[in-house]
Write a protein that binds this ligand. Structure first.
Ligand code: MV4
Length: 451
C-alpha cells in the first residue's frame, strides 16, 4: 500500500479521496489554488501545497507545478479525481515517468477511450452494440444512401464534438444537404475539424451507465448500473439513481455484460464507467467510456455496499480485486441530487460568492458529500458543485420521499442553488413513474407542455 498520495483536485471529490486514504492509513497531500487556500480538503489533508493562481489553467491544470509538489512532498501516487487532468493521457504518462503511480487506468486505455471513433471501433470488435452510423461523411450521395437505410429522422454529429456539441437533427432528405453544410461549418469553427457523421436518431433514449472495476491482473467485474437521464440542457447531469428504474432484467444483464466485455477489450484497469443510450424497445447503444471515478459514484456505493474510491487506491497499489461478480447484488434504491450554485430559473447560470448559514441534511439513509461550510467562499473559477445529497432507502418510492425530506432540511444561504429544481423534479408525477429520458427535464419540467 502507498505511504503518501497527492490528490490533484479540489472540492468534494478531493475531500472524498482524502477520507479514503485516511481509512487506509495513507498520508495525504492536497494541492490548492490561491482561491482555495481555506478549502476543506486543504484543512483535512496532512500536507498542502499551493500550485498557482485561481485560474484552473494556472493551478489545477498546471502539470509542472503539480509534479513539483509531488516531488517535494515525496508521494508514491497521484489521484486525479474527476474533471481537470483525470482523463488526460499525457498526465498519466508524466506521473509514471516521474515515478508516481497514477491512480487510474493505463495511459493507452485513456487515449483509446478518449477518441470517440477508436472507442466505437473497439466496441464493435467486442460485440458491444453501437448506434448505427454512416462513418465520416465523404459525399452527399453517401449520406443520402445511409439515411435511406436507417430512415429519418437522423442526427448529424461532429467527429471532434462531444457532450452534444455540434449535433443537428434532420427530419427529411430534402434538408440533409443544408444540415450537413451547417453542422460541418459549426464543427470547423468550434473544433477546427469539420468532419461529421450521421446516425439514426434515437427517440427519447435514457442515459444508463455501468460501473466497472478491474484490477491489474485481468479480473474485471461490473458494479451495476445508474440512470443519469435527468440532465440539464447542455448535457450536464443533475440527478442520478441506482438501480435504473423500469429496466427489464434481461436488458440489465445484457447491458452489464456488454460493459464487462468492453472493459476487457480495452485492456483496462481501475474504475471506469460505460455510458449507453437505452431505448424503450430494450435496445442499448454504447456512447462513451469514462476512464475516471464519476461525480455520481456514491449511488453505486450505497446500493452495493462497496467503496469504489478505496478500491481505486488498492488496485493502483497492486492489490487483487477480491470482490466476486456473484457478490454484487443491489440492495434498495439510491438517488443523488447535485446541489450546484446555479439558478435553474436563469438557465442554470452559475452563482458565486460567500456562503452564509449552511445547514445540511442528515438522519437515516442520508449521505452528504460536500466541501462547503458556513461562511465558505464559492469561487467563480471552477464547476458549481457545492454538495451531493444521496438518499438511500429500501425502494425507489421511499428513496424519493427521503430525498424530499432531506431537501426540505437543506439551507445554503448566500447563493442561489439547485435545491428548488430538485424539489420540482421529485414532485413530478412522470419522475415518480420513472418516465424520464435525456430531454425530459427540458421538455417536461423547465418548459412544461401547455396544460
Ligand atoms: C444521441 C441521441 C439520440 N440519438 N445519438 C448527446 C451527448 C452525446 N454524448 C450523445 N448525445 C446524444 N446522442 C443518437 N443517435 C441523444 C443524445 C442526447 C443525450 C445523450 C445522453 C445524455 C443526454 C443527452 C441529451 C440530449 C441528447
Amino acid at each position: 500500500m502507498f505511504n503518501k498520495v497527492l490528490i490533484a483536485n479540489r472540492g468534494e471529490i478531493a475531500l472524498r479521496i482524502v477520507r479514503a486514504c485516511k481509512e487506509l492509513g495513507v498520508k495525504t497531500v492536497a494541492i490548492f489554488s490561491e482561491a482555495d487556500r481555506n478549502s476543506l480538503h486543504v484543512r483535512m489533508a496532512d500536507e498542502s501545497y499551493c500550485v498557482g493562481p485561481p485560474q484552473s489553467a494556472r493551478s489545477y491544470l498546471n502539470i509542472p507545478n503539480i509534479i513539483s509538489a509531488a516531488e517535494v512532498a515525496g508521494v508514491d501516487a497521484i489521484h486525479p479525481g474527476y474533471g481537470f487532468l483525470s482523463e488526460r493521457e499525457t498526465f498519466a504518462e508524466i506521473c509514471a515517468s516521474h515515478g508516481f503511480k497514477f491512480i487510474g487506468p493505463p495511459g493507452p486505455a485513456i487515449a483509446l477511450m478518449g477518441d470517440k471513433a477508436s472507442a466505437k471501433k473497439r466496441m464493435e470488435e467486442a460485440g458491444v452494440p453501437v448506434i448505427p452510423g454512416s462513418g465520416i461523411v465523404e459525399s452527399l450521395e453517401d449520406a443520402k444512401a445511409f439515411c435511406r437505410t436507417v430512415g429519418y429522422p437522423v442526427l448529424i454529429k461532429a467527429t471532434a464534438g462531444g457532450g452534444g456539441k455540434g449535433m443537428r437533427i434532420v427530419g427529411r432528405e430534402a434538408d440533409l444537404a443544408a444540415g450537413l453544410e451547417t453542422a460541418s461549418g459549426e464543427a470547423q469553427a468550434a473544433f477546427g475539424d469539420g468532419r461529421v457523421y450521421v446516425e439514426k436518431l434515437l427517440v427519447h433514449p435514457r442515459h444508463i451507465e455501468v460501473q466497472v472495476l478491474a484490477d491489474e491482473f485481468g479480473h474485471t467485474i461490473h458494479v451495476g448500473e445508474r440512470d443519469c437521464s435527468v440532465q440539464k440542457p447542455g448535457h450536464q447531469k443533475l440527478l442520478e439513481e441506482a438501480p435504473a428504474p423500469r429496466l427489464p432484467t434481461e436488458v440489465r444483464e445484457k447491458l452489464c455484460w456488454a460493459a464487462v466485455r468492453a472493459t476487457r477489450a480495452a485492456e483496462y484497469s481501475n474504475a471506469g464507467t460505460l455510458e449507453f443510450l437505452v431505448t424503450d424497445d430494450g435496445n442499448f447503444y454504447f456512447m462513451e467510456m469514462n476512464t475516471r471515478i464519476q461525480v455520481e459514484h456514491p449511488v453505486t456505493e450505497v446500493v452495493y455496499g462497496i467503496d469504489l474510491v478505496r478500491w481505486q487506491i488498492r488496485i493502483a497499489a497492486g492489490e487483487r480485486l477480491t470482490v466476486r461478480q456473484e457478490d454484487i447484488k443491489p440492495r434498495g434504491h439510491a438517488i443523488e441530487c447535485r446541489i450546484n450554485a446555479e439558478d435553474a430559473d436563469k438557465g442554470f447560470a452559475p452563482a458565486a460568492g460567500k456562503l452564509g448559514s449552511v445547514l445540511l441534511p442528515g438522519g437515516p439513509g442520508i449521505r452528504v458529500d460536500t466541501h462547503i461550510f458556513s461562511g465558505a467562499e464559492v469561487p467563480p473559477y471552477y464547476d458549481s458543485l457545492l454538495a451531493k445529497i444521496i438518499a438511500y432507502d429500501r425502494n425507489r418510492a421511499s428513496a424519493i420521499a427521503r430525498m424530499r425530506r432531506a431537501l426540505s432540511e437543506t439551507e445554503i444561504k448566500g447563493v442561489m442553488t439547485t435545491v428548488p429544481i430538485h424539489e420540482r423534479i421529485l414532485d413530478s408525477p412522470s419522475f415518480a413513474g420513472a418516465n424520464t429520458h435525456v430531454t425530459w427535464l427540458r421538455e417536461e419540467v423547465l418548459q412544461p407542455p401547455a396544460a
